[in-house]
Every structure is written in structure tokens, then in C-alpha cells.
Design a protein around this ligand. Structure first.
Ligand code: PLP
Length: 380
């Protein structure tokens, strides 16, 4: 065997021994919550399509129209000739909805964080990140060459302590947090964080991948009771509640202009296909006009938690932590036997010893499916 295949085989063997081997499974979506795998149909509690918009007829029609009108691909980087007309409409729409001066759309949420963070922080700067921040916030931080310090999850005292001791040693400081934490479903104390950021002249960036369209009537974690909080960098994705694909950052116009000029994951990659931008535009419109729809995922999660005496959910995500990987996998298998698809989440996606089932709820779930799921879990 050649050395490359040998290397791959050895690495995979290590992964299998740890119980961490992963694979892709062909999955056909019948509607937002029913999926077909092999010859079996499941009710899925493992999607991020919180409002069912990826299957919404208006969103699909908008994608088809955009492809007809502007073609299947963008054909070039946005800074060359790939900036097709729907981009501007989408960015204006995002900026208006997030009550920011401007917005910039990237190829994905992951690419947004990889691109934005190194533009704003470099050598001589400090990045402070919540321990449970999404992997792409850490990936962006690693690319930046700034000093990275990790604070305990949602621990404002720890964050303040680091700022007190370290802030003056650095030129600029960037604070990174998820708005809704992707594997735990809890929310960051964004309002309190804005006060800390102001006090220490730090820039707060909130990744709201799971908040947009779901919390605060769909406005996301950077809002409270209808008012925008003082978060200068509002980041999010168009691939979850919006039902399409792509990522965005909303900020002051001059900041967006700088990012557009410097972010390598924007400059050196092809623009999104028009169909994707068209779909995102329509998905966002539906979110803007339907705060009642946006409240539904949390209502569904609340029903589930009530049935199982779990604490009230803060988002559409509810974790059930087993710790033990084998136990987690077995529980997922038993739920699958009963027709429920609940994806087991293992390290390194979550910290060691916290393997879990992660239930995510969509506006499209039927209450009876949730009640049935809860009953099966009670009987495990
Ligand atoms: C999913 C997710 C991303 C990545 O977004 P994509 O558009 O899927 O690349 C970024 N941050 C958080 C917190 C996420 O959950």
C-alpha cells in the first residue's frame, strides 16, 4: 500500500477505536421534518430548517426564477463580475432587518467567520471567545494571528476578569460569542456583554446562526423586546431558518467596506449561485413578515421540555446529555427504531464527556409527533 493510503487507514482506525467514526448517509427530505433513509421514513429532530422554509413553495419558486434570469452560477468572484443584481437586494434586506447601516453576504456562515475575524484582529490584538463558540469562530481566530483567550461558558465575571487584566496590553479587542449556542441551545447574555464591551472598548461580534428567525420574534439575539442591542458586528447564516445558503455580517457601512476590501474568503472565491441568493431573499422576506411563524420552533421545544420535565428551552435546540458515547449512540438507535431521527453529537463537536442527543424543533413539527417522541423517551 502506498504511504498516503496507509496514513488514511491508520488515522481512520484511531477514529473508529474512539467511537468517533462518521459517515454521510443519503437522506431524502419528503417535507421539512420527514426524511427517508433506505426504505424507512423518520420524523427528524435533527435539522436546522427551523421554519420549514427550505421546502416553502415561494422560496423554491424564487430560486427557480433567479436561475432562469441570472444563470446557474455566478461565474466569478463578487469583486470581479460575480456580483449579480440579487446580491444588493439581499444585503439591503439584511441590513434593514438587522437595523444596521450595511451588510455583506459570504459563501456560507463558516466562510463569513473565516473572513471577517482576521480583518478585524491581528498581531497585537486580543480575541476573547466563549469556550462553547462554534468551530468556525475559533477557525477564524486561528487565522488572525491575534492572541486568543477563552472564557468560561456564558461567564460574565470571567470575561470581565480577563478584560481587567489583559485589555490594556493589546491594541484592539474582539469579543466572540454565539447568540444561541449550537449544541446547548442556551443564549448568551448579549445585553450584559454590550455593557462590558463598551466599558473596555472591545468590539462585540455575535454569531446568530441559530437565533435569526427563531428568537426575539425572529429578529435574533442582538435584539431585546423589539430594540436593537448595541452589537457592532451581527453575524449569521442564511442556511438555517432562512432555508437557503450563505452567511452574512451586518455592521456600520465603513466597517462593511473594510471587510469587503480585505476578507480573503470573500475576495478569492466565487459568488453564490443566483438561485441561492434568490431563495435567501424570499426566505428573509417570509421571516420579516411572519413573527408568529418565528415563535413556533420555541413553542414546539417548550412542549417537548414540559412533557419530559426539562428546564424551559431558550431556543429551538434542546440537548439531552449522556456523556458516554456508546450510551448516546444506543439511545439514538432505539429512537430510530421507533421512527425518530435524532442525531447523536460526539466530541470533538462537543467537549469530551458530554456526548449528547441534540433535538432541534421546527415550526413544521406536528404536536402529536412531539408527544409521541416524549412518550418513547420516557419509556427508554
Ligand atoms: C451552522 C453554524 C455556522 C456555519 O454556518 P453555515 O452557513 O452552515 O456555514 C456558524 N456558526 C454557528 C454558530 C453555526 O451553528
Amino acid at each position: 500500500m502506498d504511504s498516503l493510503s496507509k496514513f488514511a487507514r491508520k488515522k481512520l482506525a484511531e477514529t473508529r477505536v474512539k467511537g468517533l467514526y462518521r459517515q454521510t448517509i443519503p437522506t431524502r427530505h419528503k417535507d421539512p421534518v420527514h426524511v427517508e433513509r433506505g426504505d424507512k421514513i423518520y420524523v427528524s429532530f435533527s435539522g436546522n430548517d427551523y421554519l420549514g422554509l427550505s421546502r416553502h413553495r415561494r422560496v423554491i419558486a424564487a430560486a427557480a426564477r433567479a436561475a432562469e434570469k441570472f444563470g446557474a452560477g455566478a461565474g466569478a468572484s463578487r469583486l470581479v463580475t460575480g456580483d449579480h443584481p440579487l446580491y444588493q437586494e439581499l444585503e439591503t434586506g439584511i441590513a434593514t432587518f438587522k437595523e444596521a447601516e450595511a451588510a455583506l453576504v459570504f459563501g456560507s456562515g463558516y466562510l463569513t467567520n473565516l473572513g471577517v475575524i482576521p480583518v478585524l484582529a491581528g498581531e497585537g490584538d486580543l480575541i476573547l471567545a466563549d469556550r462553547l463558540c462554534h468551530a468556525c469562530l475559533f477557525a477564524g481566530s486561528d487565522l488572525s494571528k491575534a492572541a486568543l483567550k477563552v472564557y468560561r461558558h456564558n461567564d460574565l465575571d470571567h470575561l470581565r476578569e480577563i478584560l481587567d487584566g489583559q485589555r490594556s496590553k493589546y491594541r484592539h479587542t474582539l469579543i466572540l460569542t454565539d447568540g444561541v449556542f449550537s449544541m446547548d441551545g442556551d443564549r448568551a447574555p448579549v445585553e450584559e456583554m454590550t455593557a462590558l464591551a463598551r466599558k473596555f472598548d472591545a468590539w462585540l461580534m455575535v454569531d446568530d446562526a441559530h437565533g435569526l428567525g427563531v428568537v426575539e420574534q425572529g429578529k435574533g439575539s442582538t435584539f431585546k423586546n423589539g430594540h436593537r442591542l448595541d452589537v457592532p458586528l451581527q453575524m449569521g447564516t442564511l442556511s438555517k431558518s432562512v432555508g437557503a445558503y450563505g452567511g452574512y455580517i451586518a455592521a456600520d457601512a465603513v466597517v462593511i467596506d473594510l471587510i469587503k476590501n480585505r476578507a480573503r474568503s470573500l475576495i478569492y472565491t466565487t459568488g453564490l449561485p443566483p438561485a441561492v441568493v434568490g431563495a435567501a431573499l424570499e426566505g428573509l422576506k417570509i421571516i420579516k413578515n411572519n413573527p408568529g411563524l418565528c415563535n413556533k420552533p420555541i413553542q414546539k421545544a417548550t412542549l417537548f421540555c414540559r412533557e419530559l420535565d426539562l428546564p424551559a428551552p431558550q431556543s429551538s435546540i434542546v440537548p439531552m446529555i449522556f456523556g458516554d458515547i456508546e450510551k448516546t449512540m444506543q439511545t439514538a438507535d432505539r429512537l430510530a427504531e421507533q421512527g425518530f431521527l435524532v442525531h447523536p453529537i460526539r466530541p470533538p463537536t462537543v467537549p469530551d464527556g458530554t456526548a449528547r442527543l441534540r433535538f432541534s424543533f421546527s415550526a413544521a413539527h406536528q404536536d402529536k409527533d412531539i408527544l409521541n417522541l416524549a412518550e418513547v423517551i420516557r419509556g427508554l
